[in-house]
Design a protein around this ligand. Structure first.
Ligand code: UDP
Length: 412
């Protein structure tokens, strides 16, 4: 288990000192994070790292996961899609299942939640819990990880009623914030540089992963790591690969993904991807278990081209992960990818498979430029998107909510 002190090697001692100072007044406060899965997807990825470090800083932190039937997760998946702009046929029956599942979960969680000083509710799945904890004593904050810039209005009008009752909300980007009657904080997510997903690996490990999955280590590899989700546009990635293939016949494509336990659509999307890939032996569709962190790390390090061709993206941790490994990412021109990929500097922003193909060919032909862009990408992540920055912001928000909202937080 990593401790907060271990991060000094990456960030310098003063960053860690400041975290300790910020955490001092918060020692012993009861914090609960609630989301809907322990594995798969960005939220689980972040909480896995953040919760132990908040504990290490002296806070009394718990991470709770709500449970639900398959129907609940189908509904919340369409909520997710609708909040990112895809109209969904949702009605009273769906809302009933949603609220009833909230009520069932509140039975087991009520005493913990009502007793907490600060509760962070992640994404829409557990939103109704606040109403179901009438004797809550703490501050409740909604942490929205998704792209809420153009929500399907009928659904947002419904969910907004729950959100309005919170003390504050947190969005990843200014573009995602919505009119709400409370304080809104902007806080992009982050990656853990010391995790198995991001730590340094030996050349042998990277080589070994290529061999393990039947890749030819001497031929170029194009990679996208993502849950099998339409917003990640895996079919667009296959199309981009096909457009490059005639001029780079040696090219291999890897689509690596797995399911999240709160994502019931993954299987259907995976079937579409397999059908699009057809019999092409150079397309490798990998279904990885949720703990395949070292494998993903090795694939990201071993790839010549990393794509994240999302059509909508709350943030895109996979982009941060690849950039940290010195890769210039070719990313969809959307949401949180725009915050990370500075077009022509740390990667390329694209809107179409044709655009992705054009940039892929360019980077394959100019490895020196790819290397220089990759250096800039890594530095951008070091300055902005490491876990320590995220931790500092969480602590600052907790201080502000617990002890009023001072305009300045004085550090020694
Ligand atoms: N991930 C993983 N295994 C997979 C697919 C994704 O471990 O098969 C990880 C990926 O490395 C990243 C996170 O899940 O850390 C996905 O976060 P992102 O913000 O890119 O997308 P989300 O899934 O939250 O939409």
């Amino acid at each position: 288990m990593t401790s907060i002190q271990d991060y000094a090697a990456v960030t310098g001692e003063d960053v860690i000192d400041r975290l300790r100072q910020l955490a001092r007044p918060l020692k012993g406060i009861k914090v609960v994070h609630v989301n809907s899965t322990y594995v798969g997807g960005g939220v689980a990825e972040i909480l896995t790292k953040l919760v132990p470090l908040q504990k290490d800083l002296g806070l009394d932190v718990r991470w709770e996961v709500i449970r639900g039937e398959e129907r609940f997760f189908q509904i919340t998946k369409s909520f997710h899609n609708a909040l990112q702009g895809i109209p969904a046929p949702l009605g009273d029956a769906s809302f009933k299942v949603y609220e009833e599942t909230g009520a069932q979960n509140s039975e087991g969680l009520r005493s913990i939640l009502e007793d907490a000083d600060i509760v962070f509710i992640h994404d829409p799945q557990p939103l109704p819990l606040l109403r179901l904890c009438p004797n809550r004593k703490g501050k409740w904050i909604w942490r929205c990880h998704i792209d809420l810039s153009h929500p399907y209005r009928p659904l947002w009008n419904y969910l907004r009623n729950f959100v309005m009752e919170y003390d504050a909300s947190i969005f990843s980007l200014a573009d995602f914030s919505q009119p709400l009657p409370h304080t809104q904080y902007l806080m992009p997510p982050s990656i853990d540089p010391l995790s198995e997903k991001n730590m340094n690996l030996t050349e042998e490990k990277v080589h070994g992963a290529k061999i393990e999955f039947g890749l030819d280590p001497d031929r170029p590899i194009m990679l996208q790591v993502s849950r099998f989700d339409r917003f990640k546009d895996p079919l667009g990635v296959v199309r981009a690969y096909r457009l490059v293939k005639p001029s780079v016949p040696a090219l291999q494509l890897v689509l690596a993904g797995g399911g999240a336990t709160d994502d019931p659509e993954a299987e259907a999307v995976l079937a579409e991807v397999r059908s699009e890939a057809g019999t092409d032996k150079d397309i490798h569709v990998l279904q990885l278990p949720p703990d395949a962190h070292v494998t993903i790390n090795a694939l990201q390090r071993g790839a010549d081209i990393v794509l994240q061709k999302s059509l909508k993206e709350g943030f895109g941790l996979t982009v941060t992960e690849a950039m940290w490994k010195g890769k210039p990412v070719i990313g969809g021109d959307t949401g949180g990818i725009r915050l990370q990929v500075v077009n022509h500097h740390t990667g390329f922003l694209v809107k179409t498979p044709e655009g992705a193909a054009l940039r892929t060919r360019y980077l394959l032909r100019h490895p020196d430029i790819a290397l220089a862009m990759g250096h800039k990408a890594k530095e951008l992540v070091r300055q902005n998107f490491l876990l320590t920055r995220n931790l500092r912001e969480y602590l600052s928000i907790m201080l502000a909510r617990m002890f009023g909202a001072p305009e300045r937080i004085e550090l020694e």
